[in-house]
Design a protein around this ligand. Structure first.
Ligand code: TRP
Length: 335
C-alpha cells in the first residue's frame, strides 16, 4: 500500500488566534485523521528566528503553539509531531542544498523581494535589515520537506512559491547527483475560511485585529465586543453579508444555526445581543480545549516528552536520508 506523505510546518511566532484556528489548525487536524495519509506536522522554530530575535518570545511562542495543536486534538500517535530544531539532519541538509541551489532562484523569492522593495521605497540601502536567514529561508524550507520525502505540502497561497522552489532544488540535485529526493507538490485548499478580524479585514497579527484563541472567557467576550459594526439600532434590519459578527458566527455554526442567525439579522437583532450569542457559541466550542491548553501549558515536561518522542521516532528516517545525501555528494567514510 502506498501512503501519501503530507507534511507542513508552522513558524513559531506569535500567539494563536481565532483566524489561525479556523483557517489552518482546525482543517489541518481534520485532514490528519485521514488514514490513507502519513501526516507530518512540525514546529518551524529555526524559521521563527528569522522573524523574531527576542529569545523569551521565541520560547514562549513555541510552547503556546505546541500546546494549542495538542489541546485542539492533534493526535501525536497518528501524526508525526516534532520540532524542527530537534532533527539536526534538517539543518545539515539545508547546507548541502545551499551548495547546489541557485542564488538567482533565491533572488526571486517573494518575501525577500518584498523586503528589498520596502527598503527601496523608504530610500534605504536595498540590503537594510535583511538577514541571510531571510534570504536562505526557502532552502531551509526545502530541507524540511525533502528530509522526509514528502509528496504533498499543504500551504497558504503565499507559500506556494517556496514549495515550488523546494521542487526545483530537489530536481537540480537529483539531476546532478542521481535520484535522491521525492519531488514535492504544494496543495492549496481554496475552501478554507479566511476569518475577518475586529476591523473587518482579514484577521492577522500584522493588522493587530486578532482575537486570541485561548485567552480567558472574559478576554474573549471583550474582543468580540470590539468587533466593528454599523450604527443600526435594535429592531432595524441588518445585512448579514457585510457583517463580521455574522462571518465569525458562520465559522462556528452549523447550517441550521447559520440560518437562524440570518433570520435574527433580518428581524433586527441588536448588535449587543448578536455579540452575546456569538461569544457563547465560540466559547462553548473552545472551552474544553482551553482547559486542556491550560493543563499543557502548566506541564512543560509533558509537552517536552511528546515532542521529544515525535523527533525520536523520526531520527532513523532523517539520518538514513542524510547518509544517502552525504554519500551522493562525496562525503564518504575512508574505510
Ligand atoms: N514557511 C511556512 C510559513 O511561514 C512554514 C514552513 C516552514 C513550512 N517550513 C515548512 C510549511 C515546510 C510547509 C513545509 O507558513
Amino acid at each position: 500500500m502506498t501512503t501519501t506523505r503530507v507534511l507542513t510546518g508552522i513558524t513559531t511566532t506569535g500567539t494563536p488566534h481565532l483566524g489561525n484556528y479556523v483557517g489552518a489548525i482546525r482543517p489541518a487536524i481534520a485532514a490528519s485523521q485521514d488514514p490513507s495519509v502519513e501526516a507530518y506536522l512540525f514546529l518551524a522554530d529555526y524559521h521563527a528566528l528569522i522573524k523574531n530575535q527576542n529569545p523569551d518570545e521565541v520560547a514562549q511562542s513555541s510552547r503556546e503553539i505546541a500546546a494549542t495543536w495538542l489541546a485542539l486534538g492533534l493526535d501525536p500517535q497518528q501524526t508525526h509531531f516534532y520540532r524542527q530544531s530537534d532533527i539536526p539532519e534538517i539543518t545539515e541538509l539545508s547546507w548541502v542544498l545551499a551548495c547546489s541551489a541557485a542564488k538567482g532562484l533565491m533572488n526571486r523569492a517573494h518575501a525577500y523581494k518584498a523586503a528589498v522593495q520596502a527598503n527601496d521605497s523608504a530610500g534605504d540601502d536595498p540590503d537594510f535589515g535583511i538577514t541571510m536567514g531571510l534570504f536562505s529561508y526557502p532552502i531551509l524550507m526545502a530541507a524540511d520537506i525533502l528530509i522526509f520525502n514528502a509528496h504533498k505540502v499543504p500551504v497558504g497561497r503565499d507559500q506556494i512559491q517556496h514549495v515550488e522552489m523546494a521542487r526545483d532544488i530537489a530536481q537540480r540535485f537529483n539531476h546532478h547527483y542521481g535520484e535522491t529526493f521525492t519531488l514535492p507538490e504544494a496543495e492549496v485548499d481554496d475552501h478554507v475560511a479566511v476569518l475577518q478580524g475586529l476591523d473587518g479585514r482579514k484577521m492577522s497579527k500584522s493588522y493587530g485585529n486578532t482575537i486570541t484563541l485561548f485567552g480567558t472567557p472574559r478576554q474573549l467576550q471583550k474582543s468580540i465586543n470590539k468587533i466593528k459594526t454599523n450604527l443600526l439600532e435594535p429592531g432595524e434590519r441588518k445585512d448579514p453579508q457585510d457583517s463580521t459578527v455574522f462571518q465569525v458566527w458562520c465559522a462556528f455554526a452549523d447550517a441550521s444555526e447559520r440560518d437562524r442567525m440570518a433570520q435574527a439579522f433580518a428581524e433586527g437583532i441588536g448588535w449587543g445581543e448578536a455579540k452575546k450569542q456569538l461569544f457563547e457559541r465560540v466559547n462553548d466550542e473552545l472551552a474544553p480545549a482551553r482547559e486542556e491548553y491550560g493543563r499543557l501549558m502548566a506541564d512543560p515536561a509533558e509537552l517536552e516528552a511528546i515532542l521529544q518522542h515525535g523527533a525520536e521516532r523520526l531520527r532513523a528516517k532523517s539520518t538514513a536520508l542524510l547518509d544517502m545525501v552525504r554519500r551522493a555528494v562525496g562525503l564518504r567514510t575512508y574505510r
